[in-house]
Every structure is written in structure tokens, then in C-alpha cells.
Design a protein around this ligand. Structure first.
Ligand code: FAD
Length: 323
């Protein structure tokens, strides 16, 4: 698998994080503290969700702009549900103008009051179309920035456009709307054909779900990297909520393990241990990585990184302090 989106020769962290924009001042203060610690681990990138749970463009851009001031490359999620072409082009341009060069192009979930299959889409019908549009807007912007080279005929120009990373979503256990594995693989292939160069997976609870999917995707001709999305599940309540949101099958063994221990602290340990086991199983080669869903908190993901031996020595976690 390729790592197209990284600067050549750059040392590569084998992990990245996802967070969402804070929706209150208190949440913003809390995120600020966690963000400092997440940045200190020097992940490959930090992605910021868009539109999910009512977040707006301005909130997402605020966090992304902050990340641009750190050494960690930000990745901007973009969803296209309900957009016209003009709106979509304008928003993409705004993000590019802000200095962003990494995107996670998504269709987005049905807005409130709509269900899958109803007419809630706008001009762009799928994530693949958004991938193409990001490439087109980026190419236009690159042309706009063409500079004449002094002393050379006007026809000779220098292109100063930067390369963009366009990631897309992948579903190891199938998108809820998909009818078959083949349809999921075709959708992923179509996204790559549209210009995507990285896939990030929906959460899954068994390593085999991911490993099998990657094998099937490779056989189907997908060549881009497929990063496993891993979420530490720290309580039975969170597990129920995530299963409801993603429509994944309930992992009954994990649920039983979480329910069989009494205290929140013991449940936290079960969840961390499960995420460590998952991570170890999917980190099979030196080029592999894990994408950790943080819920805007640093403790759990740092404990997972510590457990798999990926936490840099410069960062201390409560586990290390107590050791
Ligand atoms: P698509 O690839 O467009 O696919 C959607 C469905 O349509 C699939 O079933 C697919 O098979 C089918 N399909 C695609 N193309 C066609 C076609 N041409 N004809 C017929 N059927 C087709 N949501 C947010 O709102 N904000 C976020 O920040 C966010 N971040 C996410 C991050 C990750 C890593 C993941 C996995 C999901 C995220 N989501 C987010 C949720 C995502 O928006 C939903 O899962 C959405 O339902 C599907 O998005 P997609 O990009 O996969 O869509």
C-alpha cells in the first residue's frame, strides 16, 4: 500500500487521531488541554469531524486552524449531504485557502427527520463525487496560483499547487445501506478511481473483520492504504450507543466483559485492553497504522498507544506514572 500523502523522507508515526469540534466554551477549554497532549505524541495527522452531531463549518475550521499552528498535519472531514455544487465548491475553496491539504470526503448521514433512501442528498450524490470536486477545486486553485518565471517567455510557468490527500470512509462490516460485500468493495473502488488516496474504516470490534476486508479489497483491486479506525469502548452505555449509531452487530463477548466488572474504572480497563488487543492484531507490518477515535479526550488513546508500544518516551500517561 502507498503512503502518497506524506512528505518524502518524513518520519512516520503509526497512529493518528480523530476529534470533533467543541460545542461549548467549557468543552473548548477541555479540548485545548487534551489537544496539547495529543499533539505532543506527534501523530501522523489529527482529523476533525464535520457536521456530525450538529457541528458547523465554523467550529470545525476553528479547530483545524488551531492545528495548523502545531507541527501535526490536520485532516478536515467534509460531508456533502444537502449541498449544491456552488456551495460545495465555495466551502472546499475556503478550506484550501485556510491552508488545509488533507480531507476526509464523506457523503454524510441523513439529516434529522430523514431516513436512508429518502431524498436528502443535494447535487452531490456520493462521497466519490465529493472526492472529484475537491480535486477539481484544488486544480483550479493551483492554476490560479501559476507564477510567471522571470526572464522566461510568458508561456513557461511554474505550478505552485500543493498535492492534496483525500481520504474516504470504508466499512469492514458493510455500510448499513449496502446490500452485499461486493457493493461495499465497488463503492471503495469507485472512490479510489475518483481520486481518493487513503481509506479510514468505520469502527469494528474484531480484528478479523478488518483483516478480511483488507484482503477482499486488495483482491478487488483497491491499492490505497486502508487505515483501521479503533475506538476504545469504555462502558456498556458507550457500546450500546455506538452500535445504535453505526448499526454494527453487537459484540456480545465484549458487552459481557464490560458488564461483568462493577466499577467505571474496571470497565475503563476492559475497554482499553480490548482496544490494545485489536490494535496489536491489525498492526501486522511496519507500514501499518491505527486511527484512534478520541472523543476529545487524551487519556484512553494514550493508554492504548502505551499498551501497543507506540507512545513516545517524551509523553507520560497515568499508567506510566503509576508503574
Ligand atoms: P458513500 O460512499 O457515498 O456511500 C453511502 C452509501 O451509498 C453506501 O451504502 C454506498 O454503497 C452507497 N452508494 C455509494 N455510491 C453509490 C451509487 N453511485 N449508487 C448507489 N449507491 C451508492 N459523518 C458526518 O456527518 N461527519 C463526519 O465527520 C463523519 N466522519 C466519518 C468518519 C469515518 C472514518 C466514517 C467511517 C464515517 C464518518 N461519517 C461522518 C459517517 C458517514 O457520513 C456515513 O457513514 C454515511 O452514511 C456514508 O458516508 P460515505 O462517505 O461512506 O458515503
Amino acid at each position: 500500500p502507498r503512503r502518497d500523502h506524506l512528505p518524502e523522507g518524513a518520519p512516520v508515526a503509526r497512529f493518528s487521531f480523530e476529534l470533533y469540534p467543541p460545542r461549548s466554551e467549557a468543552a473548548e477549554r477541555a479540548l485545548h488541554e487534551s489537544l496539547g497532549l495529543l499533539v505532543a505524541t506527534r501523530p501522523e495527522f489529527i482529523s476533525v469531524t464535520y457536521g456530525a452531531s450538529g457541528s458547523t463549518r465554523d467550529l470545525s475550521l476553528g479547530v483545524l486552524r488551531h492545528l495548523l499552528t502545531t507541527p501535526v498535519p490536520p485532516m478536515a472531514h467534509l460531508t456533502c449531504v444537502g449541498w449544491t455544487y456552488d456551495e460545495a465548491s465555495r466551502i472546499i475553496r475556503e478550506f484550501l485557502d485556510a491552508g488545509l491539504t488533507s480531507f476526509l470526503a464523506l457523503r454524510g448521514d441523513p439529516p434529522q427527520g430523514f431516513v436512508e433512501g429518502e431524498d436528502f442528498l443535494g447535487d452531490l450524490k456520493s462521497a466519490g463525487e465529493l472526492v472529484q470536486l475537491i480535486h477539481r477545486v484544488q486544480a483550479e486553485k493551483a492554476q490560479f496560483h501559476e507564477e510567471a518565471i522571470p526572464g522566461l517567455p510568458g508561456a513557461v510557468r511554474l505550478r505552485s499547487g500543493r498535492k492534496v490527500t483525500i481520504a474516504v470512509a470504508a466499512f469492514p462490516n458493510g455500510h448499513p445501506r449496502s446490500r452485499s460485500v461486493e457493493q461495499d468493495l465497488d463503492t471503495l473502488l469507485a472512490k479510489e478511481a475518483a481520486g481518493a488516496n487513503l481509506a479510514i474504516t468505520q469502527l469494528f470490534f474484531e480484528a478479523d473483520d478488518y483483516l478480511r476486508f483488507v484482503e477482499q479489497a486488495r483482491r478487488a483491486g483497491v491499492t490505497m492504504r486502508i487505515l483501521p479506525g479503533i475506538m476504545p469502548i469504555l462502558s456498556p452505555q458507550r457500546l450500546h450507543r455506538m452500535v445504535e449509531l453505526t448499526q454494527e452487530r453487537m459484540p456480545t463477548a465484549l458487552l459481557r466483559r464490560l458488564e461483568s466488572v462493577g466499577s467505571p474504572e474496571a470497565q475503563y480497563d476492559v475497554g482499553i485492553q480490548h482496544a490494545i488487543e485489536l490494535s496489536r492484531a491489525v498492526l501486522t507490518g511496519p507500514d501499518d497504522g491505527i486511527h484512534l477515535y478520541t472523543f476529545n479526550k487524551h487519556e484512553a488513546v494514550l493508554d492504548v498507544l502505551d499498551g501497543v508500544g507506540l507512545l513516545p518516551d517524551t509523553v507520560t500517561t497515568p499508567i506510566k506514572e503509576n508503574a
